[in-house]
Design a protein around this ligand. Structure first.
Ligand code: NAD
Length: 304
């Protein structure tokens, strides 16, 4: 089987890498978190100490990093992928980053003789574990075809978003703008219901099978709000980053996004309260406090 490099084995990257190992690919992995690398080494992966070392061992390198700055560093920084690039290399960036950065990096990689596409994902940790992610690919179809089998191990839906690198990121930002807004909308509506005397159970039972059903309600609330714990999941810091990228895109193309702008500020208030590394649904707690409610219990604390 083909040798693959995998850089960034966090919440999403680790289960994605495990699925590639299970499918028989030989994986070389790199992450700043050596415990995450250790775990994959126990599953048969090989450890690398730099991105250049990954590129030296593998033609196809997948990156799954927090944001634009980390991807840029891994590609262009000292000891980065570019420093070891040749014409056989294909970089598949699956992180959610600024589409303009994706496009620029792809051009730099092309000038070094290699190829790069963007292929961000949706589906969360569960989708990563089950290999059922939606993968949105920006780049020439022929380049996608080169790594289609590899992507199919990680994703159930492979969608070619356009020939230009960055188109995957654009559609991912459209998706996450909706998710970010709907999380706040769901919390606001449920807190209203709680204070009006409804039980969480009634609201979950009704809304889950009605027109108000949202991804956060169906996929985050059961593990977070309803259990009163907020381990990610999808970190609030990452949602704040994605809302910022989505607003930047809207600004570039001249679309007013008043709701998105407001919602990003709501997430900013959660970060200011020190909750950035919690699941983004932790905003429920902050909004419950503002409503004078104790989290998911619905017990009025008398503050209102
Ligand atoms: P994470 O923070 O859990 O993982 C990122 C990993 O990258 C960490 O292990 C970190 O140590 C590593 N890293 C950072 N800088 C590095 C560097 N310079 N060199 C090597 N390793 C480095 O984040 P995540 O939740 O796995 O998200 C990764 C990407 O996927 C983000 O762009 C995020 O927006 C996107 N995403 C996340 C989810 C989700 O539900 N968590 C869903 C879809 C998309």
């Amino acid at each position: 089987m083909e040798k693959l490099g995998f850089i960034g084995v966090g919440m999403m990257g680790k289960p994605m890498a495990k699925n590639l190992l299970k499918a028989g690919y030989q994986l070389t992995v790199l992450d700043l978190n050596s415990a995450a690398v250790d775990e994959l080494v126990r599953h048969g992966a090989v450890r690398a100490e730099s991105a250049a070392e990954v590129a030296g061992r593998c033609d196809t390198v997948i990156t799954m990093l927090p944001g634009s700055a980390e991807v840029e560093h891994v590609v262009c920084g000292e000891g980065g992928l570019l420093s070891a690039l040749n014409a056989d290399h294909l970089i598949v960036d699956m992180s959610t980053i600024d589409p303009l950065v994706s496009n620029r990096l792809a051009r730099e990689v092309a000038s070094g003789g290699g190829q790069m596409i963007d292929a961000p994902v949706s589906g969360g940790e569960v989708g990563a574990m089950n290999g059922t992610l939606t993968i949105m690919i920006g780049g020439p179809k022929a380049t996608l075809d080169r790594c289609r089998d590899v992507l199919a191990v990680m994703g159930g839906n492979l969608i070619h978003a356009g020939d230009e690198v960055g188109m995957g990121g654009k559609v991912k930002l459209v998706n996450n703008m909706i998710t970010g807004i709907s999380m706040i909308a769901t919390s606001e509506a449920f807190l209203t219901g709680l204070k009006a005397g409804l039980s969480m159970e009634t609201m979950v039972n009704v809304v889950s099978v009605s027109s108000g059903a949202t991804w956060p309600l169906l996929n985050h609330f059961p593990n977070t709000v309803l259990k009163n714990q907020y381990e990610p999941g999808f970190m609030l810091d990452l949602m704040y980053k994605d809302m910022g990228l989505a607003l930047g895109l809207a600004n570039d193309v001249g679309v007013p996004v008043p709701v998105g702008g407001l919602v990003r500020q709501v997430y900013q208030s959660g970060r200011a309260a020190g909750l950035g590394r919690k699941d983004f649904s932790v905003m429920w707690e902050e909004m419950a406090k503002a409503a004078g409610l104790h989290q998911s219990t619905g017990i009025d604390d008398g503050a209102s």
